[in-house]
Design a protein around this ligand. Structure first.
Ligand code: CMP
Length: 150
């Protein structure tokens, strides 16, 4: 089992797409281990995106991500980081394959609806940045035995 962090960005929240997108992850069989809505502090967003610090789009990205509430979700499942990244599609909605989240709902490279951790190591760091350990819940759902075989 692997955990990954996803962030519903302010465009997803403001476009009323959270429910429809979250349903895709539930339909896939992924389990929600933690979830909260917040208005992100600038310093936290800067830390989260520090790898992009020197990119020309960095300031606008920080402004975007602090310009409205986001919803943070920890998802769990086998190979969750890869599975979720594949469901998102390419960064730019104009290039993302139809059938992916960005391919179906987006037309922009900044306003791309969802962030997801790019691997298990990054996921651990990102989850730690946004959640306290006690906010993450370990549990099983009744259908789990029909979602992943032993
Ligand atoms: P995300 O996967 O969260 O990682 C970095 C974010 O920066 C990305 O999604 C987009 O929101 C944004 N981004 C990436 N490339 C560009 C770009 N060329 N122009 C503007 N924003 C970008």
């Amino acid at each position: 089992m692997e955990r990954t962090l996803i962030i519903f960005k302010p465009d997803a929240v403001n476009r009323l797409l959270v429910g429809r997108i979250l349903t895709r992850f539930e339909d896939k069989g992924l389990r929600i281990s933690a979830m909260k809505l917040q208005q992100s502090p600038v310093e936290q967003v800067k830390k989260h995106y520090e790898v992009h610090q020197r990119k020309p789009f960095y300031n606008a990205l920080v402004e975007f991500m602090t310009g409205g509430p986001v919803i943070l979700v920890v998802l769990e499942g086998p190979h969750a980081t890869t599975v979720v990244r594949n469901m998102l599609g390419a960064t730019d909605g104009r290039e993302a394959t139809a059938g992916t989240i960005r391919g179906d709902f987006g037309l922009d490279q900044r306003y791309n609806l969802i962030h997801a951790s790019d691997g298990p190591e990054t996921a651990r760091t990102e989850i730690e940045l946004f959640f306290k350990p006690e906010e993450i819940v370990d549990y099983t759902r009744a259908p789990d035995r029909w979602i992943v075989s032993k």
